[in-house]
Ligand binder design. Structure first.
Ligand code: C5P
Length: 413
């Protein structure tokens, strides 16, 4: 199957070269949006569908959106040796959706169509975004194929959970195209810098956002954390090859592709979710703003203002300190990272906190009404229990996240 002959009139961009593999899942329709984002941001994309993928989205759509001819097999344009050239020349191969069958063929090194040939010749980063029914995703055969691909250096993005084709719900959905685009962008960026997938095979837990401690059914004590820094940590960890659990307290941001998101409300719920995920984790990064105290009494019905009477004081009790508990009870080799938001005596308070909490690293930043909360940028000093101190100048929260992972990767054993 081919859209025929020669290259299109549209000159190919000088941007990064991406091979977008598409296998035969219904989620192929979402990948048109991903393709659009890639081309509009200057990437030169060659779409390589499997033959059956064209049952879901036809060849003219891929050809028109990519500006390149589309072929599924090795017998078109043989003079250009496309089965070797596409993979060799790519800066990134991204397969979305990756079906159970495609994962199996890739894991076993089959080369029975253009996409599987391309996967064998690619020396650039390779990302698979699986999408299938939960039973197929959880089947031991698929699990083994995913492990094989990961052990060979591919990034296999965990599918999202939610409504699948038909009436069933569970893990197996293709992540949001905008979030898959973010994975592609970050992996390309790391590839261009020659950076390794240094978190491949690692499970990391990140907490993000802020907890809310209820007073009554409509009111709570909370804080101004947006979750942006924790989400940046999760996104960058996925692009470095990690399996990521993201424990999110009251965050209204889209789920990062590839992260397993566990939504929580209170500090106690966050503790339960973090400790459960930390059981087999190589690193835990507590970026969340956890309320130190919670109201001692929860009223089942809304607290009323009695006319003329003074309001009743709110009595508080201590919440568990999750970071300190992780510091005390971590599994051997686990790296524990805390955040310290300080308004005064930033460094002195940070050093003190690092010792008290028993963390390996503490990211210390100054907060204030117009600093850090809800902003896309951050600046910090990262203190190490080994006496090191790493200054991170003001920049994107993603840049700070990458420095955190650099320091974590050095310490993971
Ligand atoms: O003591 P402080 O709240 O400043 O410490 C901040 C660090 O401790 C953050 O990493 C935060 O996620 C963590 N923390 C926690 N449990 C608490 C309070 C803070 O894990 N109850």
């Amino acid at each position: 199957m081919t859209s025929g002959g020669s290259e299109p009139a549209r000159p190919s961009g000088a941007g990064p070269r991406v091979v977008l593999g598409v296998s035969a899942g219904i989620a192929a329709y979402k990948v048109c949006e991903l393709l659009r984002r890639l081309t509009e941001s200057g990437h030169d994309v060659r779409v390589v569908p499997t033959a059956d993928a064209l049952r879901f989205v036809g060849e003219p759509t891929w050809a028109a959106l990519s500006g390149h001819p589309v072929s599924t097999q090795v017998w078109d344009g043989v003079a250009g040796v496309p089965h070797v050239r596409l993979g060799q020349e790519a800066d990134l191969v991204l397969v979305a959706p990756a079906t159970a069958d495609l994962l199996a063929r890739a894991a076993h090194g089959l080369a029975d169509d253009l996409l599987t040939n391309t996967l064998l010749t690619a020396r650039c980063p390779v990302v698979f975004a699986p999408a299938m029914h939960t039973e197929m995703w959880e089947h031991p055969a698929t699990r083994a194929n995913v492990e094989t691909l990961r052990s060979r250096g591919a990034i296999v993005v965990e599918p999202a959970s939610g409504r699948l084709t038909g009436k069933d719900t569970g893990p197996g959905r293709l992540p949001d195209p905008a979030e898959l685009f973010e994975v592609a962008r970050r992996v390309l960026d790391r590839g261009a810098r020659g950076a390794e997938l240094d978190l491949a095979g690692r499970h990391v837990v990140v907490s993000a956002g802020g907890t809310r401690e209820p007073l009554d059914p409509v009111r709570y004590l909370g804080n101004r954390s947006s979750g942006l820094q924790g989400y940046a940590l999760a996104r960058t960890a996925v692009a470095r090859g990690a399996t990521v659990t993201l424990v999110a307290g009251n965050v209204s941001l889209p789920d990062p592709a590839g992260a397993h998101v566990v939504p929580v409300g209170t500090a106690e719920e966050m503790r339960e979710a973090v400790l459960a995920a930390a059981g087999d984790a190589d690193a835990v990064v507590m970026a969340a703003a956890v309320a130190d105290f919670r109201p001692a009494d929860y009223r089942d019905s809304k607290i009323k203002k009695a006319s003329g009477a003074e309001p009743e004081p709110i009595r508080l009790v201590k919440n568990p300190d999750i970071l300190a508990e992780l510091g005390r009870e971590r599994r051997p080799g686990q790296v524990v990272v805390g955040f310290a938001a300080e308004t005064d005596d930033v460094l002195a308070n940070g050093r003190d906190k690092l010792a008290r909490k028993g963390s390996d690293l503490l990211v210390v930043n100054q907060v204030g009404a117009d600093l850090v909360f809800g902003r896309p940028d951050n600046a910090a000093v990262i203190l190490g229990a080994d006496g090191t101190s790493t200054e991170v100048p003001r920049g994107a929260k993603e840049a700070l996240a990458d420095v955190v992972w650099d320091l974590v990767a050095e310490r993971c054993r």
